[in-house]
Write a protein that binds this ligand. Structure first.
Ligand code: ZN
Length: 241
């Protein structure tokens, strides 16, 4: 199978469409979505309706659950909280139900999906260092765990007790190793590259590839400002920070 892997769209329709255009030319068979379809951007409803048509294997992000009241926003910063309230006020009953029904962990033939960490998915912690990765590796009885949330694309690789970190690029998936893959962010990249980020996982070839896709940032940013959403979330799109 060739899986299209993406997450952290954050209601950025321009970025989502660019990524899906790329996937449609890349002969993928199935979609993996790692959470946060909404939050920050101006197109939550359009992004949700596109996501549903893909019938992805999907998990909940913190913004998805916060927008339907399944997660407290006490730990959100002011901009995130404002975006959650704005999003919540726009969702139809069906959209609300779709987000509320997303689960924290899903499994595939040789992988798990989770937005934060495998060890405590309900806490939505960031998988940022080897110490955190080690705890998830201890629970990982599959070859790969896909995560989102930090918007930092990269791969933790566990082999013979050691953990190494590889930045995005092309990674061979070898049978004797285990992998925690962060697929970066489609709609709010924060690693200094403003292009949308996504991955393709080919389990037959044993290869994972990261891709950066340019999109119409200006249009997405203008909509955020016009909607009255926190303008900081529009400005940072241009820098990918
Ligand atoms: Zn996110």
């Amino acid at each position: 199978m060739r899986y299209a892997v993406f997450s952290d769209v954050h209601a950025n329709l321009e970025a989502l469409q660019a990524v899906l255009d790329f996937f449609s030319g890349a002969h993928v068979n199935a979609y993996i979505f790692l959470g946060d379809i909404v939050g920050y951007g101006a197109d939550p409803q359009a992004c949700l309706s596109v996501l549903k048509t893909l019938r992805p294997l999907a998990v909940a992000g913190n913004h998805d659950w916060a927008s339907v009241g399944r997660l407290d926003t006490d730990f959100f910063n002011a901009a995130a909280r404002a975006a959650v309230a704005w999003t919540a006020s726009r969702l139809t009953q069906d959209e609300h139900a779709f987000l509320a029904d997303l689960e924290l962990v899903k499994e595939g033939p040789d992988f798990y999906l989770v937005h934060g960490t495998l060890e405590a998915p309900e806490r939505f912690d960031y998988m940022l260092d080897a110490r955190r990765a080690r705890r998830s590796f201890e629970m990982l009885d599959r070859r790969v765990c896909f995560v989102g949330h930090s918007h930092q694309p990269g791969v933790f690789i566990a082999h013979e007790g050691a953990i190494v970190y590889r930045e995005a690029g092309e990674v061979d998936i070898e049978p004797e190793k285990r992998y925690i893959v962060n697929d970066g962010s489609v709609g709010q990249p924060r690693d200094g590259d403003p292009r949308a980020c996504c991955c393709i996982y080919d389990d037959r070839e044993g290869r994972l590839t990261f891709h950066r896709i340019p999109y119409d940032i200006k249009s997405a940013a203008t909509k955020i400002r016009q909607a009255g959403l926190p303008p900081s979330r529009a400005d940072r799109l241009f820098e990918g920070r």
